[in-house]
Structures are given as C-alpha cells and as structure tokens.
Design a protein around this ligand. Sequence first.
Ligand code: NAP
Ligand code: MG
Length: 475
Amino acid sequence: MWEYAPAPESRDIANLKPNYRMFIDGQFVEGAGEPLKTVNPGTEEVLAEVSTAAPADVDKAVKAARRAYDRVWGRMPGSERAKYIFRIARLIQERGRELAVLESLDNGKPIKESRDVDVPTAAAHFFYHAGWADKLGYAGYGPDPKPLGVAGQVIPWNFPLMMAAWKIAPALACGNTVVLKPAETTPLTALVLAEIIQQADLPPGVVNILAGAGDVGAAVTSHPDVDKVAFTGSTEVGKIIQRQLAGTGRKLTLELGGKAANIVFDDAPLDQAVEGIVNGIFFNQGHVCCAGSRLLVQESVADELLEKLHARVSTLRVGDPLDKNTDVGAINSREQLTKIQQLVESGDAEGAERWTSACPLPDKGFYFAPTVFSNVSQAMRIAREEIFGPVLSVLTFRTPDEAVAKANNTPYGLSAGIWTEKGSRILWAAQKMRAGVVWANTFNRFDPTAPFGGYQESGFGREGGRTGLEAYLDV
Ligand code: NAP
Ligand code: MG
C-alpha cells in the first residue's frame, strides 16, 4: 500500500482580492444591490465580497450595451472585431494559471480539470469565434448576415468561466454586445474575465458583467431592450424565461438539464468503457448537464462491468480541489449537497442497491463520496431526475432496441454515449437517439467546432460550430 503525498497548487496564484466589483460600460463599479459573499466550497471559508446589481444597474448595463452596439461594435468590420476577440483568447492563456486556481477556489472543481479543461476550452472558444468574425458571409446565412443587437446572458455555476466564454465569444464575433450574469455562488472568474476584456481594450459597453442572484438574472432576461436572451441553467428556470419572452419577438436559446444515457454493448472493450463511464459521471463532481448519469449495460456483461467499475471508482481521490492529485473535488454549495443527499435517499427508499466508495472525505467543506446505484428501474426518481452530483444509476438491457428505447425514455435529450466495437452499431444507435450530442467510445468531450445543445426539455438552440452562430445572427 502506498499513499499519494499532498500536491497542492498555491492559492496565491489566484490573486484573490477581498472585494470584487461589477463591470459596466468599461468601468468596475459598485452595484446598488446587497453585496454577496462567495464561499470556497472546499473549506466553507468566505473568499471575497462581491458587489451586486439592483434593477437600476441592470438598466445601466443594458443602456451601455445598446450605445456600444449602435455607435461602435455593431458597425465595426468583422476583421477588426476579430482582433479584439483574439486578444481576449491570448490573455486567457496568459492568465491561465490564475484563472484555473481561482475557478477551483470558487467552484470546488479539481485543479487538474480547471487547468486542463475549463480554461483551455474557454480560450479555444474565443480563438474559434475570432476566426469566424470576418467570415460570417460564408457561414451559410446569406452574404452579409446582421447581428441582433444586445444579448442578455445568464449562466450557471458548474463551468463558470467556460460558460461565460461559450456565451460571450459567439455574441461578439457576430457583432452583438453583451450583458452577462454569472451564478451567485461562482462570480469570480467572470469578473476576472471582465479585467481581461478591459486589458484587451474592448470599447466600453461591449461586454458588461453583473453579479447577483436569480432576481438579477430575471431583470436581465426580461429587460425590454435586450434583443436576444441566452440562458444556461435548470429546466425549471428555462421555462419561466420562455414564458416571459413569449410573444415579445425576442430571440431565445435555452441550454437546460439532462439525464443522459451511456450505453455499453456486450462487445465493448470493458476497461475502456469503465474509464468513459467514470469520466461521464465523476468529472466535475457530476455537476455536468450532459453527464452520463444513466448507465445502460447489456445484461450479459453487467456483472463483470459493475465489478470493474466499483474497483476503479474506489481509487478516485476525493478532497482538496487545489491538490493536483484530486479526482473529485467539492460539491459547489450546501444547497446542492442537500439536493444530492435527498435524491440518494429516494434511491434507497425505492429499492435500488447502493454502493458507495469507501474513500475518506475532508472534515470541512461540501463533499459527497462517489456512489453507484444498481438494480435501478426506469420509474425510480434516480433514473428520471437530474441529480447533478457524483451519483450513477445503472440499468440493464438485453437487445439494442431495448437500449435505445430506454435511452430515449426521458423528458430530456442533451447527450448520450455509446460503447461498442461495431461502427455500424454506433451509426444505427446514434441516429435513433434523441440527444443533441452523441459520443461514441468517449464521453464529455467539448470542442468549439462542435454544436452543443438539446432536444425536448434540455432546451433549444445550439452553441458552438457554424450552427451556433445562427443564435446571434438575424437569419
Ligand atoms: P438555475 O438555478 O437555473 O440557475 C442558472 C442561472 O440562472 C443562475 O445564474 C441563476 O442565478 C439564474 N436565475 C435563477 N432564477 C432566474 C430567473 N427567474 N430568471 C433568470 N435567471 C435566473 O440552474 P443551476 O442550478 O444554477 O444550474 C444547474 C442547471 O444548469 C442544471 O439543470 C444543469 O443541467 C444546467 N446546465 C445546462 C447546461 C447546458 O448547456 N445545457 C450547462 C450547464 C448547466 P443564481 O446563481 O442566483 O441561482
Ligand atoms: Mg463560490
């Protein structure tokens, strides 16, 4: 038996400040809202105080965005806009370590993920969209597609910087200006992105970043002078926004929840599939809209796969998000931890068989041990509802048709996974799956060239790729 020595990244790299302010019209300003305290979920300590927006601040931000759109950004040639967006991408890379440590502090995700996934993917989205800015006439939306105007954008806490990049980069590339609100529990990296935007010398008002809770989000999405709303978050709030916008003629895209099926056929290489299953549900503590939270295994290999899976999951190290050896970090908030605990209790009560990793958990902070439920039936809450935590529900099937039927038996439809050696089976199953993204023999891969988005209650509209530009153009 040997142990890993602690390998913590220094928190000094985050350049944490005691106070953060909002970014409106090119300036960092105090909002008139009640300041919020953002917490490190790994230790429960307060990290910083953040000034928040009152309705008047939202109005100021929208006015600034409108002025910037009318006077500068909406008319600027794409080749000029591209230079600013490239600059943002490069500055994200330059400040990559700082952003990664800050993201892990504020969100609780392991440093190896913020360093290797969140920050590079955020930079990649700016690089990719900078490339489109002067080529929009070749994107298939007519010779000279026009921007929409002011975009109001609201994002969740699971990928704070990456979600900000997914929203801001295409909006800017297409010539829109932006008012963005990050989630209440994870505002810090978006506000450092605001510093980067200032460093990149973007004209004042092109990007405005507010802070606050759901009421600030609602003030952004319902503001009458916002031309386009982009929301990523829960299906519940997505429905509220859709009702607010109905009949206004304003454009809307919604990226909502998911309950993805990850299907393992009997011919799949099982050790490889186990790695994909682990990545599918334990990446980012399972706080992933497209997480492979429903594992569908062909009955003939179920016992063998489950045994391998338990052995592998037992080796996951849960703990300090800043430790470079940590595989599973902290649950983002006490509220989310309670939600996970309640759903796990429902799994017990409904008769599923629970297996929990015996890994030690830190005394302080919000942590949840990796958990696998087997003997799960489709009617159970843990098979139907998004748990948004490190909890996997395992179901079995006998035939490929049954696998597809079970995979599609959900109100969601964001993503799916297929594990098999047969190319023809991949194509067959992928075509039958009602999911926006279908991964084959891999899972949770993100790339700015690939459109991402949902079916049914997972929302509508796409982000990324050529298709994603449509959401920010008048087509
Ligand atoms: P949420 O409660 O819907 O919150 C998302 C954002 O909306 C937050 O900034 C929130 O502010 C704000 N908000 C709350 N009420 C609002 C309202 N009435 N009007 C406008 N904005 C409002 O979701 P969450 O629990 O933070 O995030 C988890 C959910 O996001 C999961 O369902 C997950 O699947 C989904 N998600 C989807 C995708 C995707 O691409 N499809 C990606 C990531 C996450 P507060 O911070 O104050 O709550
Ligand atoms: Mg926080």
